[in-house]
Design a binder for this molecule. Structure first.
Ligand code: PMP
Ligand code: GLN
Length: 392
């Protein structure tokens, strides 16, 4: 038989799926894969249900239903003062994942260099490689995830087509500071590159922070594609409704990919997301406050048990160093161990790094997802506490 695609053949199943399956098998509390255990806001779901019955269910316009494109443009103006024309500068796709794929396909030629800050969300590298890009990875490491500026500057060259930035960042829970963003923006401009910004956690930032899109920095609007997702903003990850805003020339290139990938996205879900994006500030502030309280809850519990937790400035992930507990193995072994022996699942942080000859990825942090009901977080903490007390 002839071989399959040589790039994809090299990848196994994603770590999220692997750990979720293991969690099911061992009846473990799953704080691995990032998804909320609630069912999203009732009113948003009701709009989706009503639209399914009362509104057309045939192909919506390829760029997205007008009310969602208008809502995305209004959202970006309201929260960031960014002005996008809803007709030519907003596109809806089936999740941030599809939109990210469209941006890469629309912009990259084989041989183009792409700068990324590692650890990375799992879909970035495979898609870049399929497009023939040459990834240039710059690492940040726990516990403080400091940006190595010199190294980042060295990663750019005249061959750099774009920077792919995830902010707030999964899995690090880092929110890039205004100063760091300024530094990054200068590099992008100096090298006449583009920026794809995965900002799906834009509304989940803590301790009084405000999300700052790279696109809002001087001179960046015309070279930045800003991606967000209803999955995170409305805790409805299964809906897979994502959107991108960009200057019209850039967006046209992205739309050419989208038309051949999914072409469009379920219209009732788009209408419900349009309704959601127009919700008042209390909703958005409430989401961040709720997640912040959960962060504090799980952080305090893990620290009490003996983990050493890393800072968590945004997203719904907390990273914890397990070495103080006396565990000797790798993070992969640790995540498997607590799933099987304690009944709690996390994901190993090393899975978000590329193996590199002569340079080990940090392998002593586990990522705990905390967008769960308080009693679930408490039960997980209790199980871990009991297990490690017994093991001590
Ligand atoms: N980017 C990051 C950083 C994520 O964590 C996620 C969530 N899985 C996505 C993209 C994908 O978002 P969506 O489900 O909208 O495709
Ligand atoms: N974004 C989620 C995470 O980081 C998972 C998404 C997925 O399973 N593909 O856990």
């Amino acid at each position: 038989m002839k071989p399959f695609n040589r790039i994809l053949s090299g990848y196994g199943t994603t770590i999220f799926e692997v750990m979720s399956r293991l969690a099911i098998e061992h009846n473990s509390i799953n704080l691995g894969q990032g998804f909320p255990d609630g069912n999203g806001p009732d009113d948003v779901r009701r709009v989706a249900a009503a639209s399914l019955e009362d509104r057309p269910n045939q192909y919506p316009p390829m760029m997205g239903v007008p009310e969602l494109r208008q809502a995305v443009a209004a959202h970006d103006r309201r929260f960031y003062g960014l002005d996008y024309d809803w007709q030519s500068e907003v596109m809806v796709g089936s999740g941030a994942t599809e939109v990210l794929n469209d941006c890469i396909m629309g912009l990259v030629n084989p041989g183009d260099e792409v700068v990324l800050i590692e650890p990375l969300y799992d879909s970035y590298l495979p898609i870049l490689r399929l497009a023939g890009a040459v990834p240039k990875l710059v690492r940040i490491e726990p516990p403080d995830w400091t940006l190595p500026r010199e190294e980042l500057a060295r990663a750019f060259s005249e061959r750099t087509k774009l920077l792919l930035l995830n902010n707030p960042q999964n899995p690090t829970a880092k929110v890039f500071s205004a100063e760091e963003l300024g530094f990054i923006a200068d590099l992008v401009k100096r090298h006449d590159a583009y920026a794809i910004c995965d900002e799906v956690y834009e509304h989940i930032v803590f301790d009084g922070r405000r999300h700052v899109p790279l696109a809002s920095l001087p001179g960046m609007r015309e070279r930045t594609l800003r991606i967000a997702s209803a999955g995170k903003t409305f805790s409805l990850t299964g809906w897979k409704v994502g959107y991108v805003t960009a200057d019209r020339g850039l967006l046209q290139a992205v739309a050419k990919a989208h038309q051949f990938v999914t072409f469009t996205t379920a219209p009732n879900l788009q209408r419900a997301v349009a309704y959601g994006l127009a919700k008042d500030d209390a909703y958005f502030d409430g989401l961040a406050a709720e997640m912040q309280a959960k962060r504090d809850r799980i952080r305090d519990a893990l620290e009490r048990i003996g983990f050493r937790t890393a800072p968590c400035e945004g997203t719904y992930f907390l990273n914890a160093d397990f070495r103080p507990l006396g565990f000797q193995g790798s993070d992969i072994e640790f995540c498997r161990h607590i799933t099987v022996e304690a009944g709690v699942t996390a994901v190993p942080v090393s899975a978000f790094y590329q193996p590199e000859a002569g340079r080990e990825a940090p392998a002593h942090f586990a990522r705990f997802c905390f967008c769960k009901q308080d009693q679930v977080l408490d039960a997980a903490a209790e199980r871990l506490e009991r297990h490690f007390r017994r093991a001590a």
